[in-house]
Design a protein around this ligand. Structure first.
Ligand SMILES: Nc1nc2c(c(=O)[nH]1)N(C=O)[C@@H](CNc1ccc(C(=O)N[C@@H](CCC(=O)O)C(=O)O)cc1)CN2
Ligand SMILES: Nc1ncnc2c1ncn2[C@@H]1O[C@H](COP(=O)(O)OP(=O)(O)OP(=O)(O)O)[C@@H](O)[C@H]1O
Length: 204
């Protein structure tokens, strides 16, 4: 990839991030609380099957994220799955400049408390919580398309985590209005396997 082409992709991503963040904020702030409360509460049967398929060896680990702003909230799914013999983890940034994070195991009771605020404002587990390698990663996103391309916050945190965990199942969670047919991708971008929105479950 020529250097100018690469720079062009970075610029396109920036513009699209800006547009889709605004769109997401508007969409979520216009949602009635009754709808907001039930969004992302039902685990689609195929998703439960994926978790169960991972259960043959040990209790599988699923990583979630503590939502910020208008991001889709995956923590009700986390609570539900923690009752199905699935272990729960959250990311913790350990090198902000290098775009690196670890996943730490959490007691499900600590999902909403006993966390600390990380460098980008998201709640994170404490440093002494055990580091783990998740089998399934629920991933925040700013944009997605039906080919599984993902636009994130621009730190490359999830792409590096995916590269380090080639066996993990990658599930994007976002609002339906974050779908964008053309998502610019560069050589480091790793596609999602599934996408969950408030309306549908997409298998790539
Ligand atoms: N809830 C949540 N947790 C997460 C992520 C995420 O996207 N969502 N991350 C996914 O990687 C990691 C944190 N990564 C981040 C990387 C960059 C920015 C960032 O550049 N934010 C802009 C502000 C964006 C704006 O203008 O609204 C900034 O700080 O300038 C934020 C988070 C780990 N934890
Ligand atoms: N595995 C990797 N190795 C080296 N550099 C990487 C890797 N993954 C991503 N990067 C670089 O990190 C920068 C940010 O990547 P990108 O714009 O794809 O972030 P993102 O996926 O939107 O962010 P995030 O995952 O934090 O939400 C880019 O310059 C990208 O080339």
């Amino acid at each position: 990839m020529g250097n100018h082409v690469y720079k062009d992709i970075i610029e396109q991503k920036k513009l699209l991030r800006h547009k889709l963040r605004e769109k997401r904020n508007k969409f979520v702030s216009a949602l009635p609380p009754s709808i907001l409360n039930i969004a992302f509460t039902n685990v689609p049967r195929p998703l439960l099957q994926i978790c169960q398929d991972k259960m043959d060896r040990k209790s599988p680990i699923a990583a979630f994220y503590a939502p910020m702003g208008s991001e889709a909230d995956p923590l009700k799914l986390a609570q539900f799955l923690s009752q199905q013999d699935i272990q729960i983890a959250l990311p913790r940034i350990f090198n902000k400049e290098a775009g690196l994070m670890n996943f730490h195991l959490l007691n499900p009771n600590d999902l909403f408390s006993n966390l600390e605020i990380g460098p980008f404002g998201a709640a994170e587990p404490h440093k002494d919580a055990p580091i783990c390698s998740p089998d399934i990663i629920f991933t925040p996103l700013i944009g997605f398309n039906r080919l599984g391309a993902r636009l994130g916050q621009g730190g490359g945190f999830y792409d590096r985590a995916f590269a380090a965990l080639p066996q993990c199942v990658k599930i994007g969670i976002g609002w339906s209005i974050q779908e964008e047919s053309k998502i610019p991708i560069d050589i480091h971008d790793i596609s999602l396997d599934y996408i969950l929105t408030e309306r549908e479950y997409i298998e790539i």
